[in-house]
Design a protein around this ligand. Structure first.
Ligand SMILES: Nc1ncnc2c1ncn2[C@@H]1O[C@H](COP(=O)(O)OP(=O)(O)OP(=O)(O)O)[C@@H](O)[C@H]1O
Ligand SMILES: [Mg+2]
Length: 281
């Protein structure tokens, strides 16, 4: 990772002051279940994402990462607490927030361009503007040449990039990503991570990024948030000083990140052993 990229990204985090200020305030979520017992998944989660910040959510399977992301997306309502984006309470999905899921769910019978245009079509945007925005979004993710190909004719990595372009086409202030690269093979995953890193440097969206990979979280994030389980709540936040990391000699950087990795792993192992269950993946 080049030093200048890290430095630039740190500057945008501290200086952007723009859109995408997310406040999660005392959020709890309880699901009613069929046999009469409620399941409390999240309790008292409070987290603030500054404009332009990339925050990763890590935690054992079932601790409520996707639930929290869906609450920020407006796809689920919290049982208690609230979420605001730029001061506006989230009550439903909106164009200020886009979601990228693990399963990118492109329409195979539409071309890449038509898939990217889709949210604009739903919003009633004129065809000319739609096409030009879709072209720009595909260019942003490095797929300018494949707009006329059907989604089914693209590789998995390309399809995930099209899904990212579709998420970006509405110019959301906040990008919500739920294990977006976990379906990719190791090499494609590395490439997609680098691309997200570069994209975040250029676009400065606020990003909430759910992952199971400690390496991925440490590599991409300004802050790593670990959720505990039963019920899910924040047990640790690690802020990464990207500028300082970028200024380090590579060996020192690796050593620093290695120590953080061990710390997070130990924490995850203790959460899992306390909970007594873990769905390994
Ligand atoms: N609609 C629902 N009704 C009842 N229980 C639900 C519902 N949605 C999620 N849950 C439960 O809430 C808990 C948290 O689910 P969630 O998908 O948020 O976990 P997660 O941390 O994203 O897990 P994973 O890492 O496996 O994706 C799980 O026990 C799940 O079964
Ligand atoms: Mg999940």
């Amino acid at each position: 990772m080049a030093t200048d990229k890290l430095t630039m990204r740190n500057e945008l985090v501290t200086k952007s002051g723009g859109r995408g200020h997310v406040r999660i305030e005392g959020v709890a979520k309880t699901f009613p279940v069929r046999d009469g017992e409620d399941v409390t998944v999240l309790t008292e989660v409070s987290l603030e994402l500054r404009p332009g910040e990339l925050v990763s959510l890590l935690g054992p399977s079932g601790c409520g990462k996707s639930t929290l992301l869906e609450i920020v997306a407006g796809l689920q309502a919290p049982t208690r607490g609230r979420v605001t984006v730029d001061g506006v309470p989230v009550t439903k999905p909106g164009p200020d927030r886009s979601v990228v899921f693990q399963h990118y769910a492109l329409f195979p019978w539409l071309t890449a361009t038509q898939n990217v245009e889709f949210p604009l079509r739903l919003a009633g945007v004129d065809r000319g503007i739609r096409e030009s925005k879709a072209r720009d979004a595909l260019k942003t993710v490095g797929l300018a040449e494949v707009g006329s190909r059907y989604a089914s004719q693209l590789s998995g990595g390309m399809q995930q990039r099209v899904a990212l372009a579709r998420a970006l086409v509405c110019e959301p202030a906040v990008l919500l990503m739920d294990e977006p690269f976990s379906g990719a093979d190791a090499i494609t995953r590395d490439i997609l991570q680098e691309e997200l890193h570069d994209l975040h440097t250029r676009l400065r969206n606020t990003v909430l990024f759910v992952t199971h990979s400690v390496d991925e979280a440490l590599h991409l994030s300004d802050r790593v948030v670990v959720l505990g389980t039963r019920p899910g709540k924040i047990v640790k936040e690690i802020t990464l000083d990207r500028a300082a990391l970028g200024a380090m000699e590579p060996a020192d950087r690796e050593r620093t990140l290695g120590a953080l990795k061990s710390e997070v792993w130990e924490l995850l192992k203790s959460i899992i052993s306390d909970a007594g269950t873990y769905q390994a993946r």
